[in-house]
Design a protein around this ligand. Structure first.
Ligand code: NAD
Length: 352
């Protein structure tokens, strides 16, 4: 029997395919804009400058100061650069950090945003913005935050280092695993989530073997689009709450923390959401927790919070914070069980 559901989908213009980043100038014009401020991290500044050069007079300049967790002081400098350059839209070239900056600017100025996504984190298709001010990370949603145009060009991901490709891909899979049992899931998000996991499950081992395999890179980007889309469509649960806790209060790295935690959080919810998780478990040929853990290990992903620098002495406080204002979750959030989960993830144990 079909369960009852309500469905709300975000508008999206997606351009997918090898070489499609060359269309960015046409897309700026299509939005009715004339001068784009190109955004990047310092690491990708060379690519951003090259893009601005190709855009010619459609580029207002480059702001290459994007940083992890979208610090508001960086946004203030970027907004000043936007005005000084006479820009009327932004192009974020990069991953979640750069896209976060574009979202933060759009949230303040309501200017159109274009994104050329170069990781698998999925932020480009969500109306979600996390910002950091005075060490505190706050998250908000809203229509101004959602980028208007997203380009997925596999050519721009060929150089994403293998380690980052793996953790970013597992970050995307984590979005989809949680979407499968989300309280407000619907039949379409379930299809998108399983297809996203399937694509990344196939692509990531190929990328580890041959990092410049364009077909595998395309498949991974396709999977990340679907996983990001479900992240932006339905609510998240225990896994994302734990990642936000560890990222926000313990400064743990984003994608790596997702990669370590997802086998453990999926195992925590495995019985409570068995039917919803069954198609994903089948892809891994195992129970969901052990299947994800074995898959991550086979890819050479980081396997423990300890290896990411988390201190064992902080686990109690992390459990305390994680059980405060918990997100909805299919299995009740019990402090002792969450503490045990964190211990297991800290030590890198295989979830049973
Ligand atoms: P990132 O954007 O921080 O990128 C990490 C590094 O890799 C940067 O130096 C970047 O310049 C570089 N890089 C990116 N693409 C590259 C490529 N193709 N080749 C070489 N180097 C490349 O990493 P991320 O994991 O994509 O983003 C993490 C941030 O995104 C976090 O702040 C997280 O909170 C946020 N995020 C937000 C959402 C959302 O919906 N709001 C979703 C996912 C992630």
């Amino acid at each position: 029997m079909m369960r009852a559901f309500e469905a709300n989908f975000n508008p999206a213009r997606i351009i997918f395919g090898q070489g499609t980043s060359a269309q960015i100038g046409d897309e700026v014009a299509r939005l009715g804009c004339k001068r784009a401020l190109v955004l990047s991290t310092p690491f990708q500044e060379g690519d951003a400058q090259a893009l601005a050069q190709r855009l010619g007079d459609k580029a207002a300049g480059v702001f290459a100061g994007a940083a992890m967790h979208t610090p508001t002081d960086v946004t203030q400098r970027a907004v000043a650069a936007f005005h000084a350059a006479g820009a009327d839209c932004t192009i974020a070239l990069g991953g979640g950090s750069t896209i976060g900056l574009g979202k933060a600017i759009a949230n303040r100025l309501d200017c159109p945003q274009l994104v050329i996504a170069t990781t698998y984190a999925g932020s480009e298709v969500t109306p979600i913005l996390g910002e950091t001010e005075n060490g505190l990370k706050t998250t908000q949603r809203g229509p101004k935050i959602l980028p208007e145009v997203v380009i997925y060009d596999p050519d721009l991901t060929l150089g994403l280092p293998v380690g980052m490709s793996v953790t970013s891909g597992l970050n995307a899979i984590a979005h989809a695993v949680e979407a499968l049992y989300a309280k407000d899931r619907n039949p379409v998000t379930a299809l998108q989530a399983v297809e996203g996991i399937r694509a990344l499950h196939t692509a990531l081992p190929l990328i580890v073997a041959t990092p410049r395999d364009t077909d595998a890179r395309g498949l991974a980007l396709y999977g990340s689009w679907l996983c990001g889309t479900v992240l932006g469509t339905v609510g998240m649960a225990l896994h994302h709450k734990l990642c936000h806790t560890l990222g926000g209060s313990f400064d743990m790295p984003h994608a790596e923390t997702h990669a370590v935690l997802i086998p453990h959080t999926a195992a925590y919810n495995a019985d409570a959401a068995a039917d919803d998780l069954a198609p994903a478990a089948a892809l891994f040929g195992s129970t969901i927790g052990t299947g994800l853990w074995d898959f991550a290990k086979s890819l050479g992903a980081p396997m423990s919070l300890q290896s990411l620098g988390m201190k064992e002495a902080d686990l109690d406080r992390a459990a305390d914070i994680a059980v405060q204002n918990p997100y909805w979750n299919p299995r009740p959030i019990e402090r002792s069980a969450i503490r045990a989960l964190l211990q297991s993830a800290w030590a890198g144990m295989r979830p049973e």
